[in-house]
Design a protein around this ligand. Structure first.
Ligand SMILES: Nc1nc(=O)c2c([nH]1)NC[C@@H]1CN(c3ccc(C(=O)N[C@@H](CCC(=O)O)C(=O)O)cc3)CN21
Ligand SMILES: CC(C)C(=O)C(=O)O
Ligand SMILES: [Mg+2]
Length: 282
């Protein structure tokens, strides 16, 4: 029997940073992609509230609820044997304080089997991070462009340019100090991400944060060419699934309409029924 792969733990993140081995992450929202990315050796899968865009068809992540994400997260957990699964805490599920944050984290840990949670915000979320970590739950932090505050930030704006770099450094230090095991840096200048990566002892995970971070994370539907419409500049295309699936649907429709599908090889037969039918018509 094949030996089960060694699970990625949060310790792996710290070791990877020490050894200069890059950490790889993708989002996932279902068991099928979780299995595929796990088999490919992706270190962690984030069940992002980006599901609001990629699965549910909203324009922003703001309407996404805990109850939307729990079944998706469970599906991803069911698909992995090695990757670490991170549950993204949605807008309105942790901001009022540490107790609300811990309650939400408990729900994800108990109801999904995820291995860690993620929440947005630096200094402003430090108390929440500290409380969740104190209950033994690993927390991935997320600073820079935080999509749940996109209205407050004035849209999809690159963060940490010029003077704002100092605030970003303060946010990075605050989440490390609060006990986060890693921090996502979203849409910030590469130079600033490089400085944060050098100053922190916990690994930095880039989402549009340039090449100097300790790891990278992308929304998988963007990366695989499945997302319709605009995708962020920092995303490189690794596949064109939209075209692959459209071509498959077109070929299927043509075959059904022409009668080419289903043929004998894709149908069932019952010879005794055929015989009975023949007997009756004889
Ligand atoms: N499909 C998807 N991909 C994501 O990366 C993503 C989501 N959804 N939902 C949640 C947040 C929102 N994010 C976004 C959304 C838009 C841009 C964007 O349009 N960026 C522009 C620059 C800003 C502008 O000029 O509008 C870009 O071209 O990079 C970036 C990140 C990242 N996250
Ligand atoms: C873009 C990443 C960091 C995220 O939070 C998500 O996918 O929801
Ligand atoms: Mg998110």
């Amino acid at each position: 029997m094949a030996e089960a792969p060694k699970r990625v733990r949060t310790r792996h993140f710290a070791r990877a940073k020490e050894q200069g081995i890059k950490i790889t992450g993708l989002t996932s929202y279902d068991v099928l992609t979780a299995q595929i990315f796990d088999e490919a050796g992706i270190d962690f899968l984030l069940v992002g509230d980006s599901a609001g865009n990629t699965v549910l068809g909203y324009d922003t992540t703001l309407p996404v609820t805990i109850d939307d994400l729990i079944p998706l997260t469970r599906g991803v957990v069911n698909g992995v044997s090695r990757a670490l699964v991170v549950a993204d805490m949605p807008f309105g599920s942790y901001e009022t304080g540490p107790e609300e944050a811990l309650h939400t984290a408990f729900r994800f840990m108990k109801e999904t089997g995820a291995h860690a949670v993620k929440l947005e915000g630096g200094v402003r979320s430090a108390k929440q991070i500290r409380r969740i970590v104190s209950a033994g739950i690993p927390v991935m932090a997320h600073i820079g462009f935080t999509p749940q505050s996109e209205h407050g930030l004035g849209g999809h704006v690159i963060q940490g340019r010029g003077e704002a770099a100092e605030q970003l450094l303060a946010d990075a230090h605050a989440v490390e100090e609060a006990g986060a095991f890693a921090v996502v840096l979203e849409m910030i200048p590469a130079e600033v991400a490089k400085r944060i990566t050098a100053e922190l002892s916990i690994p930095t995970i880039s989402v549009g944060g340039g090449p100097h971070c300790d790891g990278q994370l992308v929304v998988w539907t963007d990366w695989a060419g499945l997302t319709g419409g605009r995708i962020p500049k920092f995303v490189k295309q690794y596949a064109n699934l939209r075209q692959v699936l459209r071509d498959a649907a077109l070929a299927y429709k043509a075959d059904v309409e022409s009668g080419a599908y289903p043929d004998e090889a894709h149908s069932y037969s019952d010879e005794s029924a055929e015989q009975a039918l023949r007997d009756r018509t004889d």
